[in-house]
Design a protein around this ligand. Structure first.
Ligand code: KPL
Length: 356
């Protein structure tokens, strides 16, 4: 039971009992580090000022073994302020052998293509009522996980974060200090995946979403509930699909998309994306897709987009999670990949052939 598990856990770690709920954050990449550091810092601040905290204990979970049970995340804010937080860490292989208390919630912050393997480790350790939140880009992890687990929440965020070169994921053992650069403040939306699920499970999923929004707000992040997270995810996918494949293919920073010939390619990509989203019945943003994409390019001009970073580091890219759902939607609606999406199709072929 919970009590025995937490007692065993505390005697193993020789630390005083950590009262309260546990949140597992699976995936110590840029977003996982940003989320973990943000919540850990806010929890410490609440503890110091109020003697208690509404925020959960955190367990960061990754593929790699670490030398110690605690890791330090060094987060630098967009304004250049540095904050360090100590966080409990375990490798995903050890999750099943260490007697951690069952989590109150799980945030899956892996890359989209790592979701199945992460889930294979996590699923046997939780019950069907545990709320699980998908933080993945694109729209392939979410529908897959919805088939596996009823209590599914999804997050969509425009927070920007990257991992400085020196602590990138190169070594076999996780370093004791993990850096993350919070590149820009953004907005996060959280919602339940399916409102058509059975009413009991969807109302508890909604309560879980409200609670998680409150955690992020208490930590000072812009975060709101979304009644239609599916549409939010399509909107982010549309922006990612217009930017990421092009900058990854041509190895350029986002801002270079404003110059010819790339600006013409962005226009064509946006036209192709618009065709699919119209067929799919996704309402455009108030000023249209092109204006939204131009605005994101302007705001992130200096960025190396995530897909470019993956290409440069020789990692698997999220091309399937981002272009896959558009291609599948196009086919569902009777569009032709070669005639209606020629540029996206070409980028998909080129980038898929480069996957390690
Ligand atoms: O989200 C992004 C990414 O890098 O994946 C964009 C919006 C393209 C900004 O770089």
């Amino acid at each position: 039971d919970n009590h025995t598990l937490s007692t065993a856990f505390d005697s193993l770690s020789q630390r005083p009992a950590a009262a309260g709920d546990w949140l597992w954050i699976v995936g110590p990449g840029a977003i996982g580090r940003l989320l973990a550091a943000t919540l850990a810092h806010a929890r410490l601040r609440e503890m110091a000022t109020q003697g208690r905290s509404t925020l959960p204990n955190l367990l960061l979970v990754g593929r790699r073994a670490s030398v110690s049970e605690m890791v330090t995340i060094d987060m630098t804010s967009p304004e250049g302020q540095a904050v360090s937080s100590e966080i409990t860490y375990t490798s995903i292989d050890q999750l099943r052998t260490l007697p951690y208390p069952p989590p109150a919630a799980i945030w899956l912050a892996t890359k989209s293509h790592a979701i199945e393997s992460a889930w294979a480790h996590v699923a046997p350790l939780i019950d069907s009522r545990t709320p699980v939140t998908c933080w993945q880009n694109g729209l392939s992890a979410q529908p897959w996980l919805a088939e596996q687990h009823p209590q599914l929440l999804c997050a969509s965020t425009t927070e920007g974060a990257w991992i400085p070169e020196s602590t990138a994921l190169a070594t076999h053992t996780l370093p004791e200090r993990l850096a993350v650069q919070h590149a820009g403040h953004g907005q996060t939306w959280l919602g339940t995946w399916s409102s058509q699920a059975d009413p009991a499970s969807s109302s508890s999923a909604m309560a879980a979403a409200e609670r998680q929004v409150a955690w992020l707000q208490a930590a000072g992040r812009e975060c709101d509930l979304s009644a239609d997270i599916g549409t939010r995810l399509w909107h982010k996918l549309a922006v990612n699909a217009a930017i990421n494949p092009l900058v990854a293919r041509f190895r350029i920073r986002n801002g270079q998309l404003r110059d010819r010939p790339f600006s013409l390619m962005v226009r064509q990509a946006v036209d192709e994306i618009t065709r699919v989203l119209e067929a799919e019945g996704i309402a455009p943003p108030p000023n249209g897709w092109q204006a939204l994409v131009d605005q994101v390019i302007r705001a992130t001009a200096n960025n190396r987009a995530s897909m470019l970073q993956d290409v440069l580091a020789g990692r698997t890219t999220e091309v399937e999670a981002i272009l896959g759902p558009l291609r599948h939607a196009a086919l569902r609606h009777g569009l032709s990949l070669t005639d209606d999406l020629p540029l996206l199709e070409q980028l998909h072929t080129q980038l898929s052939s480069q996957q390690p």
